[in-house]
Design a protein around this ligand. Structure first.
Ligand SMILES: Cc1ncc(COP(=O)(O)O)c(C=O)c1O
Length: 497
């Protein structure tokens, strides 16, 4: 028999690999340390991105040259959510220890689907801490997810399966009526995706109108549920928003919990970022009702500033969580001893089987900083939002488009005498120029037809000066553009700073 190759994928020269590894760490530490000195965003140059398009590599190339390609072609063209002036969508900024934790987790290459291994115990510890933070009982279920979207879908599956004991086996076809779910018109679209994915259908997500502060109209929700019942629909779930994505509006969670109890509906709270102020004593009363949720989703990678990606779902009834995802007779049953012993496999608590060790960064970072420091960071962001709101209000040419109820500020430049469409176009152009010129990276929201510049502040690196610069530059650009009309600049102009 011919000799079998003993080639493997480890480095031929470990010393060289170690040197390169140290260099990589230095590159990334420099990258983080000096992030504020770079533009808030820079467009990936088309020619450089074209260079990324290469044929499938059939033969290997020296790893140092691959690394150099990364440093020149990839690293500078990040979206920028680590930058102190990044306030787009809702994205956290990560930390150096989070980065190193991911490196170590990747080095261990753990798969947390199953097994008697320390990483599983670390994730369980993180889940126990999470339950404590949000007032869930220790016997509650929970799992770390890629983010709040996956956390929300996981909760919806449990909610749906709890509605009827036959759903898992027979599906929705056998339920003798159409199941309906209720949440405000400002609910994040991942929940709409979720109801589509689990067979409920987006039409049956009843989008309840909001009031002037973008909070759900509970009076209308009750009426919609009653009307649906009269028509033979089967309400099964109510979604509360702890922080809507557009404006950070907080629904009356306590009242929603009461409605859910009265209607015998599951109560889910999407707290992707807005559940986090629950770690502040002064915010607990405002989030009252959160602790009554049957399920809660939140992200560590948003307002706890952890490195992408890691979210979490908690399910009050741990048995319901287990029941929703258990598959009898699976080859993943745990044993009484050996490697397949230990805690219940995480594979039985969600859709995914293979799962990485995202718990490591959460565990390390919570230990590194402690909840008190996270509280100070969150409080700082809340105060910064109020500060930005006050700067906007102090300017005659700026206008707040929504109450600053949490950490999101929506405003526009409005010097007066400009029609609605032109004003929208003007503010869109201001926003794009703020980004293209690398000044700052807010995003946008259209509220009641008004295009607004939107700063979602989940950034531990921002300072007061950053917000002062945002306001100053918005005014400068607004005044310049209002004179020269809001025509978008040409591509050539855009690329010369
Ligand atoms: C309120 C809300 N829910 C859910 C999500 C989805 O979270 P993720 O991006 O972690 O999936 C977001 C994202 O911004 C959000 O703001």
């Amino acid at each position: 028999m011919e000799k079998i190759s003993e080639e493997n994928l480890d480095p031929a020269n470990w010393d060289e690999m170690r040197r390169l590894g140290h260099e990589m760490v230095d590159t990334m530490m420099d990258y983080l340390q000096h992030v504020g000195q770079r533009p808030a965003w820079q467009k990936p140059p088309a020619a450089l991105m074209e260079k990324l398009r290469q044929p499938l590599p059939m033969k290997g190339q020296d790893i140092r040259s691959v690394y150099e390609e990364f440093v020149t072609q990839v690293l500078p063209y990040n979206l920028g959510n680590i930058h102190p002036r990044f306030w787009s969508w809702v994205q956290g900024g990560g930390t150096p220890v989070g980065m190193m934790a991911d490196m170590m987790a990747s080095g261990m290459n753990s798969n947390l689907a199953i097994g008697d291994q320390a990483p599983v115990y670390v994730e369980r510890q993180v889940l126990e801490w999470s339950k404590e933070l949000f007032g869930f009982p220790q016997e509650a279920g929970g799992i770390l997810t890629s983010g709040a979207s996956m956390a929300n879908i996981t909760a919806l599956i449990v909610a749906r399966n709890q509605f009827s004991s036959t759903i898992k086996k027979k599906g929705l076809q056998d339920q003798g009526g159409i199941m309906t779910i209720y949440g405000s018109a400002e609910t994040h679209n991942c929940l709409i995706k979720g109801v589509e994915a689990i067979g409920i259908g987006s039409e049956h997500f009843r989008q309840v109108p909001v009031d002037g502060n973008f909070m759900v109209r509970t009076d209308l929700m009750k009426k919609m549920i009653a009307a649906d019942r009269r028509k033979g629909y089967q309400p099964f779930c109510i979604v509360g928003n702890a922080g809507t994505v557009n404006t950070g509006a907080l629904d009356d969670l306590d009242e929603l919990a009461e409605i859910a109890q009265h209607e015998k509906c599951w109560f889910h709270v999407d707290g992707a970022f807005g559940a986090i102020p629950n770690i502040l004593p002064e915010w607990k009363p405002r989030l009252k009702g959160l602790e009554k949720a049957d399920s809660l989703s939140f992200d560590f990678h948003k307002w706890l500033y952890m490195n992408y990606e890691v979210g979490c779902v908690l399910i009050r009834d741990g048995a319901a969580h287990r029941e929703a995802f258990s598959v009898p007779g699976s080859y993943l049953q745990k044993h009484e001893r050996g490697m397949a012993a230990g805690p219940e496999p995480f594979a039985g608590y969600g859709l995914e089987l293979s799962r990485g060790f995202k718990a490591l960064k959460v565990w390390m970072l919570l230990k590194e900083h402690g909840i008190e420091k996270y509280g100070r960071m969150v409080r700082k962001n809340l105060e910064q939002a109020q500060y930005l709101g006050s700067l906007v209000q102090a300017s005659e040419q700026l206008q707040l488009l929504a109450e600053v109820s949490m950490n999101i500020v929506c405003y526009r430049f409005n010097p007066g005498g400009i029609g609605a469409d032109q004003l929208n176009q003007l503010n869109k152009e201001i926003l794009i120029r703020l980004q293209e010129d690398g000044i700052a990276a807010p995003s946008y929201a259209v509220l009641d037809g008004k295009y607004g510049i939107r700063a979602a502040i989940t950034n531990h690196r921002s300072t007061r000066e950053d917000f002062e610069a945002l306001v100053k530059e918005t005014l400068r650009l607004g005044r310049e553009l209002a004179v020269t009309s809001a025509a978008p600049r040409t591509r050539r102009q855009a690329s010369t700073k």
